[in-house]
Design a protein around this ligand. Structure first.
Ligand code: FES
Length: 101
């Protein structure tokens, strides 16, 4: 799937993968602002992204553990997800993610 990241400085990076998660993909492509400090175990929120509203259905809602983590983040909104908790599949093709932290 092709995934587009928009960094806080407005840089657009489109990357492609068929497996793994969004945090890993962002790291592999040096997307600024995605750090993945906890290694993808849902405990740091440095992989926070805002999903484009029109794409949110494709990505789906956060799990309860993820919600708890997001609640601690002042930048969270209804379109927030943690990148490490989004598994990449073809269903995600074309989505746009704004880096949130
Ligand atoms: Fe730490 Fe996603 S990498 S919560």
């Amino acid at each position: 799937a092709k995934i587009t990241f928009i960094t806080q400085t407005g840089t657009q990076i489109t990357a492609e993968a068929s497996s793994g998660n969004i945090m890993e993909l962002a790291k592999e492509n040096n997307v600024e602002g995605i750090d993945g400090d906890c290694g993808g175990v849902c405990s740091c929120a440095t992989c926070h992204v805002h999903v484009a509203p029109e794409h949110f259905d494709k990505v789906g809602k956060a799990s309860e553990i993820e919600e708890d983590m997001l609640e601690l983040d002042d930048n969270a909104n209804e379109y927030s997800r943690l990148g490490c908790q989004i598994e990449i599949s073809e269903d995600l093709n074309g989505i746009v993610l704004q880096v949130a932290n």
